[in-house]
Ligand binder design. Structure first.
Ligand code: HEC
Length: 124
């Protein structure tokens, strides 16, 4: 009887030790999609730091990441227009505003355009 209890305890401890590895989160948790492409991956990093603030939940009427309906007509304008609007900022027809560089003047042009490419890829 005692031996059985001991065995159960040992198994229990071993089981616990084995657990963290077994329940460790997968490398790609849910959330904004990941792309293998290095450019899109860099764009995602920028998006996570700067653009997400508005484009995740649609703050100030910003088109949400992954919302195909909201993005279709914007994507149809072509990338150069989207880049320009993201770099220089613009007011939409309903008076909502996309701030220049998402409000972060330290972002380089290629960082802003990579974030635009990322949003387009994740929203079409
Ligand atoms: C402070 C909120 C805010 C942040 C931060 C922000 N955006 Fe926006 N963005 C908006 C809003 C609001 C719109 C929609 C404007 C409209 O059409 O009325 C928009 C629209 C856009 C569009 C669509 C342009 C078009 O022509 O339809 C692009 C592209 C864009 N944002 C890129 C970015 C990128 C890239 C970042 C990060 C570097 C970013 N935004 C960060 C608020 C934000």
């Amino acid at each position: 009887m005692r031996r059985e209890v001991f065995a159960v305890l040992v198994l229990g401890v071993l089981g616990c030790e084995g657990r963290p590895a077994a329940v460790a989160p997968p490398p790609a948790p849910s959330g904004p999609p990941l792309f293998a492409d290095a450019h899109l991956s860099a764009g995602r990093d920028v998006w996570m730091k700067v653009c997400r603030g508005c484009h995740e939940l649609g703050v100030a009427d910003a088109p949400k990441l992954g919302d195909r309906t909201a993005w279709a007509s914007r994507i149809a304008q072509g990338r150069p227009v989207l880049y320009r609007h993201a770099l220089e900022g613009f007011f939409g027809p309903r008076g909502t505003m996309m701030p220049p560089r998402g409000g972060n003047p330290d972002l380089r042009d290629d960082e802003v355009t990579a974030a635009v490419d990322y949003m387009v890829m994740a929203s079409q």
